[in-house]
Design a protein around this ligand. Structure first.
Ligand SMILES: Nc1ncnc2c1ncn2[C@@H]1O[C@H](COP(=O)(O)OP(=O)(O)O)[C@@H](O)[C@H]1O
Ligand SMILES: [Mg+2]
Length: 294
């Protein structure tokens, strides 16, 4: 709106109000558009054990969101909520709501298999299938019916390996076993396997914890390269890694309710990574990031 229009609007009070509310609505719509995953009052239990309490957290599109905190504070548990992997644990129960692009992920009508195609996962220990490199990447798209012919699958294998920065290293040995690769290569293969089914979100649970520093750097660089295309949530016990790669950081800790005698994981602070590491709002976050605790 230019100055002249604004002056006109000032004369007509109602006009201004209407304009402000339209701007607000547009801003809200823009924010909603940015939010890929929204956890609201999420509680997770394993039997009687309260693993995560009242978690509220938003994950934004094309950002890397890091989850940090001491061992046992519920990081992996929270991550698994985002693609319904906790469904596969018999004792686990999730309460509260988790929305994916505004859709309740836990709605009865939502197919968990489709959820896991759109929201892929990379685990702590690289877990390639004991098959060839080609088979590892082609398996998902074939099962999901994304591609059937050999040549379509070849294309997906190539583009996925390129996205995972692995193509140049393995293009001449696609028909050899994935088990012969180094740990760092295997983890990039797992990333290629995850992206092969054309997901929207990648969940990574300590993806570098079994890798050496050089392989770790490769994965961190790769994350930076692919975040333009994906939304990434990474659990890491390595604070430097969170500080290096992420846009936002969630700090969890294990708290104790003395009265009730229960222990639970709790999200203490969630903010821009820069803020969490330089000027956190909560003393517990500060103690953790400065190494005084955990
Ligand atoms: N499959 C499970 N069954 C029972 N308890 C579990 C299970 N997985 C995790 N827990 C418990 O839930 C709590 C949080 O675990 P987890 O999410 O793995 O923590 P983190 O990833 O932060 O180390 C811990 O007390 C852990 O022992
Ligand atoms: Mg964990």
């Amino acid at each position: 709106m230019d100055a002249e229009e604004l002056a006109m609007d000032e004369v007509v009070d109602d006009g201004i109000e209407a304009d402000i509310s339209t701007t607000e609505a547009a801003e809200n719509a823009q924010l909603a558009e940015q939010i890929v995953l929204r956890a609201a009052d999420v509680d997770v239990y394993y039997g009687d054990h309260w693993a995560v309490r009242h978690c509220n957290m938003e994950v934004r599109r094309n950002e890397i969101t890091a989850i940090i905190g001491p061992s046992g504070c519920g990081k992996s548990t929270m991550l698994r909520c985002y693609n319904r992997m906790n469904d596969l644990i018999a004792s686990a129960r999730v309460a509260g709501s988790i929305e994916y692009h505004g859709v309740d992920l836990y709605d009865r009508r939502v197919d968990p298999v489709e959820v896991r195609r759109r929201i892929g996962m990379v685990f702590q220990k690289p877990n390639p299938f004991p098959k060839t490199i080609w088979e590892n990447v082609a398996f998902g798209p074939r099962v999901a019916g994304i591609a059937k012919s050999k040549s379509d699958l070849d294309d997906i294998v190539e583009s996925s390996l390129k996205k995972a920065a692995l193509w140049e290293e393995v293009k001449d040995r696609l028909k050899t076993s994935a088990m012969g690769m180094s740990g760092g290569q295997q983890q990039r293969l797992c990333i290629a396997r995850a992206v092969a089914v054309d997901p929207d979100v990648l969940l990574m649970d300590e993806p570098c914890s079994s890798l050496d520093p050089i392989a770790t750097t490769r994965i961190e660089e790769l994350m930076q390269e692919i975040k333009a295309e994906y939304t990434i949530v990474i659990v890491t016990h390595n604070m430097q890694q969170a500080a290096r790669v992420s846009d936002r950081t969630a700090f969890f800790t294990a708290a104790v309710d003395e009265e009730a005698g229960v222990r639970f994981g709790e999200l203490i602070e969630f903010d821009r990574t820069e803020k969490i590491f330089s000027n956190p709002s909560d003393e517990r976050t500060e103690n953790y990031v400065t190494g005084r605790f955990g």
